[in-house]
Write a protein that binds this ligand. Sequence first.
Ligand SMILES: *[C@@H]1O[C@H](CO)[C@@H](O)[C@H](O)[C@H]1NC(C)=O
Ligand SMILES: *[C@@H]1O[C@H](CO)[C@@H](O)[C@H](O)[C@H]1NC(C)=O
Ligand SMILES: *[C@@H]1O[C@H](CO)[C@@H](O)[C@H](O)[C@H]1NC(C)=O
Ligand SMILES: *[C@@H]1O[C@H](CO)[C@@H](O)[C@H](O)[C@H]1NC(C)=O
Ligand SMILES: *[C@@H]1O[C@H](CO)[C@@H](O)[C@H](O)[C@H]1NC(C)=O
Ligand SMILES: *[C@@H]1O[C@H](CO)[C@@H](O)[C@H](O)[C@H]1NC(C)=O
Length: 689
Amino acid sequence: MRSQLVVTILIVIFSINTDASSLPERLLRSTAELRNHTKISEFRLVNRMQLAKCFHPNPYLKISVTSNPTLSDEEYVTVNITGVWPPSITDWVAMISPSHTEYVLDHRYAPNFDLVTYLVFGCSVKTCFRIAALMYQQTGDLTSLPLLCHYPVKAQYVSNDPEYLKCSKSDCEVSIDGKCTVKTCGATLSFHVINIRTDIEFVMFTGGFKTPCMLSRSDQIKFANPNQPLYAHVASVDSTATSMRLTWVSGDRSPQQVQYGDAQTAHSSVSTFSQDDMCTSWLESPAVDFGWHDPGFIHSAIMTGLRPSTNYSYKYGSDSVGWSDEMKLRTPPASGSDELKFLAYGDMGKAPLDSSVEHYTQPGSVSVIKAMEEEVSSGGRVDSIFHIGDISYATGFMAEWDFFLHLISPLASQLPYMTAIGNHERDYIDSGSVYVTPDSGGECGVAYETYFPMPTAGKDKPWYSIEQGPVHFTVISTEHNWTQNSEQYEWMNKDMGAVNRTTTPWLIFTGHRPMYSSSPRIPILPSVDNQFVEAVEPLLLANKVDLVLFGHIHNYERTCAVYNKECRGMPTKDSNGVDTYQNSNYTAPVHAVIGIAGFELDSFTQNDNSWSLVRISKYGYLRVHATKSELHAEIQEMWMIVSESLNAWQIDVPNDVAAALRRGLLRPRSLDESGALLDETLEVALALR
Ligand SMILES: *[C@@H]1O[C@H](CO)[C@@H](O)[C@H](O)[C@H]1NC(C)=O
Ligand SMILES: *[C@@H]1O[C@H](CO)[C@@H](O)[C@H](O)[C@H]1NC(C)=O
Ligand SMILES: *[C@@H]1O[C@H](CO)[C@@H](O)[C@H](O)[C@H]1NC(C)=O
Ligand SMILES: *[C@@H]1O[C@H](CO)[C@@H](O)[C@H](O)[C@H]1NC(C)=O
Ligand SMILES: *[C@@H]1O[C@H](CO)[C@@H](O)[C@H](O)[C@H]1NC(C)=O
Ligand SMILES: *[C@@H]1O[C@H](CO)[C@@H](O)[C@H](O)[C@H]1NC(C)=O
């Protein structure tokens, strides 16, 4: 039935689109991508569902929020539900925030203001009506539209409170002669809330995510300071390590400052983006439609006059909006210095810290970020971090960027957080990306570039190089044209050709999509694009690249020294199991896939590729220690999934790792006597110059 519908749509579109020749392939690809690769949650589709009329009136129902009159920048909000009869397993509560700040107080569109009109029509009439007759294939859903124009940030089933269905929190509503004749049930839920600047409210529904109907809503609550400067992260701007960029978010558009070192000050330049900057097509993308949430203002300031490998304290903000806490950062080693220690991974994303579902959740992300934080705070020296694509997976649900920034900022505020762009930041139909899947949800790299300004060639040219210690990093965009004679190709060739191998003996090439993987996925969406390999692999060999790091595939895989699918050099194994490559006698690059930082893991379906030496499907990150003569890489592994039923997109399975652990769906590699989780370092490789 569903596939017939798809075919019908295809025919319609065919006849109205002039660029018909490439269209069926695009659609096929995007549908396959959405259904089988990105795994869209039921909750993600809530906006696409018809709103049903509630069956029973629930006259005693009340939903209230127990918090101070205003919200702090981070808190767990208790939501109290009372007066329910009967309690149902399909009851749920969403945290909702207006999508369009300009419409919040505009009641023109909802003259007979009630719950339904508020939620359905109280937002952008433009987007609601224009698309009302269309269907949203982009989310893999084919129901007609829309349900909520306001943005449901996250949701929980009320039965998350184990007392709810048992009705052990009950109230007597009517009693006759001292005997209770009407008894109702209640529940208490906890929501992790961070400062997303706009007011929030909690709305109770029944009917699950597929046939929702609205029962009741709480009062709106405000953040105490929507202008609070938050979510700072630092990045290198050049290879001297004497300047560092600090980027943060605030609701205020006036320039702010970062005060650092001995009373030095740098002023922020302020940017933002609007729905008009997002991409869309004949079917509107989440980013221009119900996924939109006002990003506030992104402030970015360059601290200059710094010394490499040095600790600084700083604070950011202004007297009018307030200041951050006193923060600490460490500059990386300058190009050509003796040593560098960095962490690298791809495909991290975020997961809720409560037991909510969000539009898109990456179950391993929280434990991986916590493990790295622990490594840094326990004095393990880390100079920088490279996150090589698929950054937040906000994919058009813009408030998820705030949650991602909140998750990484304890770490990213201390040391350079360098990024590469991935398909989930950039790809969209007719937007200039190489791949035409709707993976960015309409963001088209705009949100990514604004939140993570890197020393790139320019707007929508997100490739750059940076040197730290003895390593030259060439960071490319696999999502932008890399064919011979393209601007990026010419740049790669020139950049790698100019590396001084005395100053930086190690050349690391990195981007998002891999050249080698033993997880081929499905024929229509192969893991490896042979055209990319054909175009770019010769440059790696010609420029004697030592190590190639990619993500996109959610597991760890390391190759021999490989070119054109053939091993040109093999490592030797020492008695500790450490593989060593002799790069003083260079043969070819070694590739590693490291998309292991959060997204549900991929298994290996090919085990006979001669170039594949190590295959591990576990969460973790790569730790690299480079000196001028040795480059030592190891994988810090986290958990293994022991149950196939771990699916973060099913409502009946908790998303957060702790809960998954309790339910026996995840097992750490080792447990000490107290039940604490221990990490193990698994894979080790060493290259010598
Ligand atoms: C997608 O997944 C479904 C169910 O898991 C499967 O039946 C179908 O063949 C898959 N489609 C593709 C294109 O792999
Ligand atoms: C929350 O609900 C419980 C009953 O389930 C009630 O005892 C409690 O006082 C409520 N708290 C607030 C702050 O409303
Ligand atoms: C610099 O900070 C790191 C942690 O960020 C700490 O381990 C180190 O001791 C500090 N160095 C100095 C000189 O304070
Ligand atoms: C990529 O760049 C090449 C060389 O400039 C050009 O011929 C080709 O049309 C470009 N491809 C796309 C999809 O823009
Ligand atoms: C490379 O750097 C070294 C110092 O690190 C310098 O002596 C040499 O001249 C440089 N080579 C070139 C070609 O610039
Ligand atoms: C360098 O590598 C090649 C190919 O693996 C090998 O034949 C040769 O013996 C090596 N030379 C040295 C000095 O190790």
